[in-house]
Structure formats: structure tokens, C-alpha cells
Design a protein around this ligand. Sequence first.
Ligand SMILES: Cc1cc2nc3c(=O)[nH]c(=O)nc-3n(C[C@H](O)[C@H](O)[C@H](O)COP(=O)(O)O)c2cc1C
Length: 388
Amino acid sequence: MPVITNIQDLKRIYERRVPRMFFDYAESGSWTEQTFRENTSDFEQIRLRQRVAVDMSGRSTAAKMIGEDVSMPVALAPVGLTGMQHADGEIKAAKAAEAFGVPFTLSTMSINSIEDVAEATSKPFWFQLYTMNDEDYVRRLIQRAKDANCSALVITLDLQILGQRHKDLKNGLSAPPKLTPKTIANLMTKWAWGIEMLGAKRREFGNIVGHVEGISDASSLGAWTSEQFDLSLDWGKIAKLKEMWGGKVILKGILDAEDAKMAVKVGADAIVVSNHGGRQLDGALSSIRMLPQILDAVGGEVEVILDSGIRSGQDVLKSLAMGADGTMIGRAFVYGLGAMGQKGVTTALEVIQKELDTTMALCGERSVENLGRHNLLIPKDFEGDWQD
Ligand SMILES: Cc1cc2nc3c(=O)[nH]c(=O)nc-3n(C[C@H](O)[C@H](O)[C@H](O)COP(=O)(O)O)c2cc1C
């Protein structure tokens, strides 16, 4: 077994182990992938201030996210088709998160269902909702999340239509994979993945198949989203969903100060500053660059979580020091899951926590709660000088 010291190590194993179509699905952004690339390269522009001769004993990465105790403020982001990256992927990721003490978010477009994950875990997880045209289905989905004791509803706002990711179209992405000469040739080189997948609890969209009538093709994400996603979602509908849920609501996919203010107005408990990992509006700025103006706009009235581009504990630290209350990771945990199942997700979390803790110490801080802009060196033009 290779020695794993960072997230990129997990990515290399993941790439070898998982069928190309699912690797490509995770490892792409939309169109030119500019936003996808800048999500990570913008983190590199921020530097850290080294401080010395500060007592480093008794450090802690513990914090709270939406009032829940977490061992570090890093939640697993909702990731569709996680159960195609590894057999029973959602169950395994949720178990790893629970044992580590961080929140797990189950996507509407998951392979394991809400009930599967609830049965396999004991602490509440978060459920991410995509709104559909079929209002009755949405109502039932929300009820299922309530019955499963989910502690937050994460409503994703940046995917009413799907941003085009070229590779998914070229690969004919579907769950389970359709057998064509190309996919068969690739699957033959991924036998360990295939053997485990034969024993998987599910290989289709577990929250959808068997729960919706009259869907023409539930295997293809593209077909499903174009047919079913609610194009008319607006703030009025968001308010109604919040009421229907009745519990904590996290609005995900906020990248603009005006939208952030609207999120406060509808009474969100938290927002996720996110561009969907560069998978939707290519050309949008990175989350970390947009964060300062969003923080200014909401003025502490809502908890602010950041995702998109986090690949290390240093990136987590930079997000928190910039002013975010918490973070989410998508690909960083998917690499671990695809590489080594549950153990891989745990390894990804351990890597990130160790990096966060050591970086914090070298910055002269003992607690994530004390991190602030005083720990950072931010280029003067970082936020950009854009025309009105
Ligand atoms: C393969 C993949 C699938 C995703 N599926 C969903 C999803 O079903 N629902 C959702 O709200 N976000 C989804 N996202 C976005 C993530 O929740 C998160 O915003 C993004 O991954 C953060 O960027 P990062 O991967 O650079 O950490 C997905 C991201 C990836 C990479």
C-alpha cells in the first residue's frame, strides 16, 4: 500500500481504480473549465503569516456548524452518483463522516437512498434537495428526509439547468454504465471496482427509482435534469420549501452579494458560497474570491459556509481566516472514496485535519475560532477591480 500523505495521493489511486466515465464526471468543470481551475489556483494566491514563539499546546480544530458540534468545520458536500465511485459509496462516506465527527450531506442524485444511509448511521445527516417539477415527489422527498431525522435541508440553487461538461456527453455518463464497446474495454481494466459493484446494495438513483412515476430514463443525469428539474424555482418557492421542511435550511450555490441578502431575507440558517465546484457557470469567479463581498453583504446575519476548490487543510484555514464559518469538500472526499472506500474518506479527513492543525500552529493560533484576516497575506487586487 503506498504511503498517503496528501489528497493528491488519493486522487492518483482513484484515477487508476474507478471507470473513466465516473472519474471524468468528478474531475471536470463546465465548458472551458476556467472556474474549475481558478477555484484551486485562487487559493494559492493567498499566503499565510508565520508567527513564532506562541504557546502551541492544547490546540483544537473543533467548532460548530449550524449549531452542531464538529471535530473540524469541514462537511462532506452533496455529490451525485457517489455510489458509482465505490460500491455503497454514500453509506461508506456517511459512516466515515459520522466516525470523524463531521456532517455528511446526501445528494438527491445519490445511488444509496435516504433510508439506506439512515439505516447505516446513527447521527443525523444533512439532505440536499434539488427541486423538481413533480411537486408531489418533492413533498414526499422532504417527508422522507424528515422521517430519516435529517438535521438540515440543503437546497441547491445553482443547478436548475445542467452546465455542460463535455466529457460526460462524450462518455455517455449513466448509472449504471451502459455497456458499449468503449465502456466494456474500460471496465475490464477496473475489475476490483466491478467485483465490489456486483455486491452493491444499489446501482441506480436510489432516491428516484421506485419513487417517481413515468420517468423515461432515470439512468442518465442529463436526461433526468432536463426533464424534471424545476426551471421556475424562485425566492417565493424557496420560502415555501423552507416552511414545508420546518427545520434548519442551508441555501447552497450563492455566489453573489445580492443573492446572499435574499437568502438572509428568506431566513436561511446558513448559505454555502459555491459555484458548484466549477461545474455550472463557467466564467464565474471562484468562491474564495467572492467570499469577502458576500460576508460584507450579510454582515454576520447568517452562517457562511464555503466550498469549491478545497484540496487541503491549508485551503480550509484560508477560508476560515477569510471569514467563513465553515467549509465543505466535494472532490477531496470523492478521491478518497474512489481510492479506498470508507477508509479512503477517513484518510482524506485525517489528511485535511492534520494539515489544518499544523498550519494553524505555524500561524501562531491554537483554535480555528481565532483564525482571521490577521493570519493571511491577501494580494491587493485579489477581489478584482471590476467595472460597475
Ligand atoms: C461529481 C460531483 C457531483 C456533484 N453533485 C452534486 C449534487 O448532486 N448536488 C449538489 O448540491 N452539489 C453537487 N456537487 C457540488 C458539490 O456539492 C460541491 O459544491 C463541490 O464539489 C465543491 O467543489 P470541490 O469539489 O472543488 O470541493 C457535485 C460535485 C461533484 C464534483
